[in-house]
Design a protein around this ligand. Structure first.
Ligand code: HEC
Length: 137
């Protein structure tokens, strides 16, 4: 009796498994053209960030590149981390705003401001390949 009830279930499971290995998973499909387009979009953001790096973002003439040439000493791979200037664990963008507020004497950018995204794309691109070390000082 038990076998008779379970048999169709087993057959169903095997069929579903077999089909899942044969049928393509449509949601994961993308072409080389897609990859090229996405890479292009990303590099556009990096380039925009590079431009902002040498543009005054605050009320004085100070630019990020003056103290961080080629994004030096920005250490994006160490975020989130405790920052003593802010007094808590913060993501990278909060520290970017700290520098916009202080050395650049400007207004902080919203986390989803395109310029904030571009600056982060640029900083992290400069540090590509560097090992992630969140929290490190
Ligand atoms: C006058 C010099 C100066 C300028 C200009 C400046 N910074 Fe900084 N920046 C600092 C100092 C000082 C620190 C603090 C270092 C520390 O204690 O981690 C810092 C830290 C940072 C950090 C975190 C570094 C780390 O190791 O965690 C980031 C990110 C950063 N700055 C981004 C920027 C951006 C973006 C700009 C342009 C808006 C900018 N900075 C402009 C001096 C400057």
């Amino acid at each position: 009796m038990i076998n008779r009830i379970q048999f169709p279930k087993t057959v169903l499971l095997i069929t579903v498994f077999a089909l899942s290995t044969i049928l393509p998973v449509h949601s994961d499909e993308f072409s080389n053209k897609d990859l090229e387009r996405w890479q292009q979009q990303f590099m556009n953001s990096v380039k925009a960030g590079r431009k902002l790096w040498t543009t005054p973002l605050g009320s004085n003439k100070v630019v990020c590149a003056q103290c961080h040439p080629n994004a030096a000493n920005t250490h994006p791979e160490t975020y989130p981390k405790f920052q003593k200037q802010i007094g808590k664990v913060v993501p990278l963008w909060e520290m970017i705003n700290w520098c916009i507020r202080n050395p650049a004497e400007g207004q902080p950018l919203a986390a989803d401001d395109q310029r904030m995204i571009d600056i982060q794309a640029y900083i992290t691109y400069e540090r590509r390949g560097v090992k992630l070390e969140p929290g490190k000082h």
